[in-house]
Design a protein around this ligand. Structure first.
Ligand code: ATP
Length: 426
């Protein structure tokens, strides 16, 4: 794949040094002040995908104690037992997702969706997780992942008395580097409001039971916004549509598609997507008891199940139909095992050379990240200071959502009382 020539391209070697990154950072700003915040719309998808997330043979198990003979004594008795069993939560899961795509993880409750998401997002101890997760063929250091990714949880904790705009500005103040000017932060917030489709709600308070505020769908998009303020390359979301009506859920996924097409890989777990949501999903992984029972595009579902021997109805929501089939097969362990095995052979027959679907110039990760920054991802300034190994970034990294950080530090912003001065964005 011929890569677009950028003004700074000749300035770095295949193994960039700290100075190279700093030059790129400066040049990126010079190259196009605007590009940093330029968010392509969905009709303008990424031209040349430069990132590929791959995961191979992911296996994760936990030790579980036997049922206590003295249940009323609580867990202590059980934990003293040496006779523990192993429960396999993920069993040999492989797949890949490319920049510009949304990959959805589906399956019945307890099938392992959140566990797989956690495994991909490096939220499981690497010593317990077998297999590999790579970006452009390189294992991801957790410090790098912190900077280039975001994880959006199901439960959103937002301040009810702040407006949408103030909430996002608060996130920008806390999560973007101090070196980034206030004007740039405001610019980023405004771009994000448009990307999230929240322009009409920008001045509306979040609200709660006592105060009317934004709708449930808007609230969910604000939650996504505070986590993606730095414009990450990898975005993980745990059930981003749960609890939303069909239209709100669709709007959320539409926003996610826009984010993917601005140069990210979006990976999410989802329960029962509607047909029009399924149309927005590029890749689906169906899990059953921690194993893959289908991995591919929704278009392949009818053919896959027909080949397996389940006549796939011509009409209806393909994801729902597939989930129903899987649920039925789950009732008979031998049938469920057959489906897992069938998926393996079907995958192999679809891709006999075992080639990655990703046809690219296989850019090294560092180069790909720099190219992505030049394209406008990772808000300018986020990697202003990196070391040669891409292991330390000048980004504030909070283990918890930043609200926790604020609360823990008793920095709760008192609107209008000025305990923390909220910078006005208007
Ligand atoms: N630490 C643990 N110890 C034992 N079992 C666990 C542990 N964590 C998760 N599990 C089990 O692993 C299975 C998969 O859990 P996971 O949360 O990934 O499922 P899920 O598909 O996301 O479910 P849901 O749709 O209900 O959120 C479940 O049976 C769960 O009870």
């Amino acid at each position: 794949m011929e890569l677009q020539k950028l003004p700074f391209q000749t300035q770095f070697s295949p193994s960039p040094s700290l100075k190279d990154f700093q030059k790129v950072e400066q040049n990126t700003q010079k190259y196009s002040e605007h590009q940093t915040l330029n968010i392509p719309n969905s009709s303008n998808p990424t031209v040349d995908p430069i990132f590929l997330l791959s995961f191979e043979n992911l296996t994760y198990s936990v030790k579980v104690g036997p049922k206590s003979r003295f249940p009323y004594c609580g867990n202590n008795i059980v934990s003293r037992e040496t006779n523990t069993n192993t429960k396999i939560l993920l069993n040999d899961i492989s797949g890949e997702a490319m920049e510009g795509e949304i990959m959805a993880i589906l399956g019945a409750s307890g099938s392992g969706k959140s566990t797989l998401l956690d495994a991909l997002a490096n939220r499981i101890d690497r010593n317990s997780l077998k297999g590999s997760v790579t970006l452009n063929g390189e294992a991801l250091e957790s410090s790098v992942l912190k900077v280039i990714s975001a994880y959006v949880m199901q439960d959103d904790l937002l301040f009810p008395m702040l407006t949408v705009e103030e909430t996002l500005m608060f996130s920008a103040d806390f999560r973007l580097p101090l070196s980034l000017s206030n004007a740039k932060k405001k610019e980023r917030v405004q771009a994000l409001i448009d990307q999230l489709g929240l322009r009409n709600a920008a001045k509306t308070i979040i609200g709660d039971e006592g105060r009317r505020g934004v709708s449930g769908g808007e609230r969910r998009r604000v939650s996504i916004g505070i986590d993606i303020i730095h414009d990450p390359i990898l975005l993980f979301l745990d059930e981003p549509t749960s609890g939303l009506d069909s239209t709100s859920a669709y709007k959320v996924v539409k926003v996610l598609q826009r984010i993917a097409q601005s140069g990210s890989i979006v990976i999410m777990s989802i329960h029962q997507p509607s047909s029009r949501i399924v149309d927005l999903l590029d890749r689906l992984i169906f899990l059953s008891h921690g194993q893959t029972v289908f991995n591919g595009s929704a278009d392949n579902l009818p053919c896959f199940f027909d080949d397996f021997g389940c006549a796939f109805p011509k009409k209806g929501n393909p994801a729902e139909i597939a989930l129903d089939f899987i649920r039925e097969l789950d009732d008979t362990p031998s049938e469920a095992r057959n489906l897992v095995e069938f998926n393996k052979s079907w995958q192999a027959s679809m891709n006999p050379d075992n080639d990655s679907n990703y046809k690219s110039s296989s850019l090294q990760l560092k180069d790909a990240i720099m190219r992505s920054i030049a394209r406008g991802k990772l808000v300018s300034g986020v990697i202003a200071a990196t070391d040669a190994n891409l292991t330390s970034f000048a980004v504030p990294a909070f283990a918890n959502p930043f609200w926790h950080h604020v609360l823990a530090n008793r920095g709760f912003p008192k609107r209008r009382t000025g305990a923390i001065r909220m910078k006005s964005t208007s």
